[in-house]
Design a protein around this ligand. Structure first.
Ligand SMILES: NC(=O)c1ccc[n+]([C@@H]2O[C@H](COP(=O)([O-])OP(=O)(O)OC[C@H]3O[C@@H](n4cnc5c(N)ncnc54)[C@H](OP(=O)(O)O)[C@@H]3O)[C@@H](O)[C@H]2O)c1
Length: 278
């Protein structure tokens, strides 16, 4: 089976390629800058979401479409990729969407995923929708600042956060891309065990031996703080909205679908903290 994967040079794409290789597959890496994919040890084709040349998808049976990290017309980029897949005769698309899809309370970040799920449905192409919850690394990526200031800030309050490590979601990509029986399925993927930001701050303090407090903020104040760190106003508002949406259950899931798919428990948040502090 010929599998190709977009976003191959990104953090999730790299882990998905490793997970596919570990299962004996040799996927094709699709990258807008092929030189960045040279170390992946798999065939590389040039592919940009914006131009989406169907020729790059020749012979591909299953296309893994990792959502773009470019928020300038992200849904349009995905639609061009889906149209190219159809033109090239791709048999199935595996798409990385967002937890809860059209039921997500997130105002901004969910919109492109909802649009892309609709585009996929309208295309008639068999699809597997992986509705990914948050990566634990979204929080552990900024532990340096938390340790420097002795505080973690955000608008999630005491919301339950069912996050999982990127490598867990990457394995779900490999499992579902390799088995056509997942066609037509939509999976809600998240960590097995929920925690709160206060739990996370306490764990960082425990492992680092340094004081780290959880400082909950109102959504508008958190957006202003993010702007103060240099984020563009629109992106700061989207991140603050996604954080506050956790209080409406946006990041909570008890289905354990991810661990069932990958055949092992999801990575505990304490382990991701340990890796980040190492
Ligand atoms: N669930 C979550 O918690 C969460 C968190 C953050 C993001 N996400 C979403 O999940 C996706 C994967 O996460 P990640 O951590 O792997 O993100 P990432 O490391 O930022 O990787 C994004 C990938 O998209 C590629 N890309 C961007 N614009 C492109 C274009 N026009 N044409 C072709 N490729 C393009 C990048 O290529 P280059 O290497 O050339 O830049 C990179 O390979 C993100 O893109 C985002 O949509 C989810």
């Amino acid at each position: 089976m010929t599998i190709a994967i977009t976003g191959a040079t990104g953090q999730l794409g790299r882990l998905a390629i490793a997970a596919l290789k570990a299962r004996g597959a040799t996927p094709i890496a699709l990258a807008r800058s092929p030189e960045k994919a040279a170390d992946l040890g798999v065939p590389v084709r040039t592919f940009d979401y914006r131009s989406a040349d169907p020729a790059a998808l020749a012979g591909v049976e299953t296309l893994v479409l990792i959502s773009s990290n470019d928020f300038d017309d992200r849904a349009g980029q995905h639609a061009r990729v889906i149209a190219a897949a159809k033109a090239a005769g791709v048999g199935r698309i595996v798409y990385t969407s967002i937890l809860k899809g059209d039921a997500s309370p997130m105002k901004y970040l969910a919109a492109d995923h909802i649009a892309t799920e609709a585009t996929l449905k309208a295309s008639g192409l068999p699809a597997t929708i992986l509705r990914n919850g948050w990566y634990t690394e979204n929080y552990t990526g900024s532990l340096g600042a938390a340790l420097a200031h002795g505080a973690m800030i955000g608008a999630a309050g005491d919301a339950p956060l069912s996050t999982a490590a990127r490598k867990d979601y990457a394995e779900a990509i490999a499992v579902t891309a390799l088995d056509a029986a997942h066609a037509g399925q939509t999976y809600e993927l998240a960590g097995d065990t929920a925690y709160t930001m206060a739990d996370l701050a306490a764990e960082v303090a425990r492992q680092s031996g340094k004081p780290v407090a959880w400082v909950p903020m109102a959504e508008a104040d958190y957006a202003k703080a993010l702007e103060g760190f240099g984020l563009p106003a629109g992106f700061a508002a989207a991140l603050a909205d996604s954080d506050a949406s956790a209080q409406k259950g946006a990041l909570h899931d008890t289905s354990r679908t991810l661990s069932r798919l990958i055949g092992r428990p999801t990575t505990p948040f304490a382990e991701t903290v340990r890796a980040a502090l190492a």
